[in-house]
Design a protein around this ligand. Sequence first.
Ligand code: ACO
Length: 431
Amino acid sequence: MASERKATLIIEGREPVDFDILSPVHGNDCIDIRTLAAKTGLFTYDSGFMSTASCQSKITFIDGDKGELLYRGYPIEQLAEKCNFLEVAYLLKTGELPNPKQKVEFETIIKKHTMIHEQMARFYQGFRRDAHPMAVMVGVVGALSAFYHEAEDFSDAEHRSISFNRIIAKLPTIVAFAYKYSMGEPFMYPRNDLDYTANFMYMMFGTPCEKYEPNPVLVHALDTIFTLHADHEQNASTSTVRLAGSSGANPYACISAGIGCLWGPAHGGANEACLKMLEQIGDVSRVPEFIKRAKDKNDPFRLMGFGHRVYKNFDPRAKLMQKVCSNVLEELGLENDRLFKLAKELERIALEDEYFVEKKLYPNVDYYSGIVQKALGIPTTMFTCIFALARTVGWMAQWEEMITDSEYKIGRPRQLYVGTPRRDVRALAER
Ligand code: ACO
């Protein structure tokens, strides 16, 4: 990053102050204001991080205007076509794609960690059967920190690597167990003869009564979904993981915090909300009514799966997801699926509507992912768990990057206080 260029801050009645302008490899230049408070006594106010880079990162880059997403420099389209999810996980973790030997080694390590502690399996019994599986995930993943705390020294790179592998390996088991628990079905223990995603489908849909062989087309589709969700720069949940981790907290606790954040309908919960919305619309004839509602300032209704803070042209993941959706529906003989047709029509109409065009609102990754997952047999409440499973790879890579950043500091935002001015407490009888 070069810093020859300066930005000058001029405040009436004060000496001008210079700040370095940092140039990234891709993306917007950044004014380095870290010394602002020390030099001027001023803070900046940017509550939704509209103009603030919270860290430097080498992992993922998004060009919102071009609709481009790169993991470690590689376009998402190429990764989705040429690599499986574990290769992408290796890439996000190490910075490079694995060669054939490294790929086999990595897969073998991950397979060795797929089981969870038997006591952890009993932990599920404490939840109500109707608990939302995201609530179960927040609890169970957070509880991993109780199983692997003393044993791991997170200042040691080797220990951090083990915890990365461990959590990536266990997440499918944890998610599948949450599903089985909600169904009242027995847990299916991992099968290490299967690949990562096929094994996950086996643990989700297999039962002890019947032989279950995962369909390779559907496995490939779910694997692609994982790849598309693996990382996405400094979004709300990733920033949550980084902020939690900046205190030196146990990574499993940090991932649990990220899962909690992802759950919200404005973030990872959008795929669940989107499918509910499509059900609510019900028929193509009602699309104009809902488009009208989405545009009404007095109506809280929004088109779920539409809009993105960064993508202002298109979300490349949404395009890939639409393709995955078509493939899955074709494989299952559901080409005429009512919701898929409705979703395509809603997308077509919204993209022609002046309101959506003007505000640059396009379908995001969550728009079609609910339809695909429903077709795969995944219940609506599990959608965000699938997202969390995949995103854990990105969260762990970002956590590792933060821990090893020489400029790493505990995250401590400042505030613009607008509350009651200082006052004195009166005795109870005088209040
Ligand atoms: N439907 C209707 N109007 C919308 C929508 C939408 N989905 N999204 C944004 N707008 C409008 C807003 O009302 C606002 O209008 P205004 O300027 O007249 O006030 C304008 O577009 C900008 O919206 P903001 O909410 O300010 O944009 P922001 O960048 O903060 O929010 C967000 C992005 C949260 C994704 C938003 O578009 C949204 O709520 N979308 C629906 C939920 C969703 O799909 N979330 C998934 C995001 S992707 C992910 O997390 C994986």
